[in-house]
Design a protein around this ligand. Structure first.
Ligand code: FES
Length: 187
């Protein structure tokens, strides 16, 4: 075998490998597209229809929540804070002069009549959407005995109203109704 033949063989071998690599990659790419187009209808079927989502509601049993405790429930994909406020927290919330508030709302506008110990709010900071701390006893509650968003330092009071930091508005109060003294339906 001449030196040229050896070179040709080597060249052919390299070409072959390159082509195989290309075929392999192409097949893999088609494989991925195939899998994606197969998976999508399944994923799409798993998504609830928009109207189902809009109507969905969550019932929360308040009986196990002791004074000074909070729980977080999920409602329409969002965390909702349910707090059994202490007498001190209610006093503090009511005593605030509304003129100092950025988003002026009386505590009585954020709770239901006769049920002021229960504060129910969407637990999403109105600045850029972090979940504020303050649900656990050991959490930092900010300068106003409520909730504190560590992302950029927003402080909410014991009524969930913005008091300091960049958040523009109070924590949102969702629609909810009392089905009994110890059962609420959110949504
Ligand atoms: S997201 Fe809460 S302070 Fe920015």
């Amino acid at each position: 075998m001449s030196e040229d033949d050896t070179k040709d063989n080597k060249q052919g071998h390299e070409d072959g490998e390159t082509r195989r690599d290309f075929l392999y990659l192409t097949a893999a790419a088609f494989g991925a597209v195939g899998a994606a187009s197969f998976a999508w209808p399944l994923i799409d079927q798993m998504n609830p229809a928009a109207d189902t989502l809009a109507l969905s509601s969550t019932e929360v049993d308040l009986a196990p929540i002791e004074e000074g405790q909070s729980i977080t429930v999920m409602w329409r994909g969002k965390p909702v804070f349910v707090r059994h406020r202490t007498a001190k927290e209610i006093e503090e919330a009511k005593a605030v002069d509304l003129t100092v508030l950025r988003d002026k709302q009386a505590d009585s506008d954020r709770v239901q009549e006769g049920k002021e110990k229960w504060l129910v709010m969407v637990g999403i900071c109105t600045h850029l959407g972090c979940v504020p701390a303050g649900q656990k006893d050991t959490d930092v509650k900010g300068d106003y005995d409520g909730w504190f968003c560590p992302c950029h330092g927003s402080h909410y009071d014991s009524s969930g109203r913005i008091r300091k930091g960049p958040a523009p508005t109070n924590l949102e109060i969702p629609e909810y109704t009392f089905l009994s003294d110890t059962l609420i339906k959110i949504g």
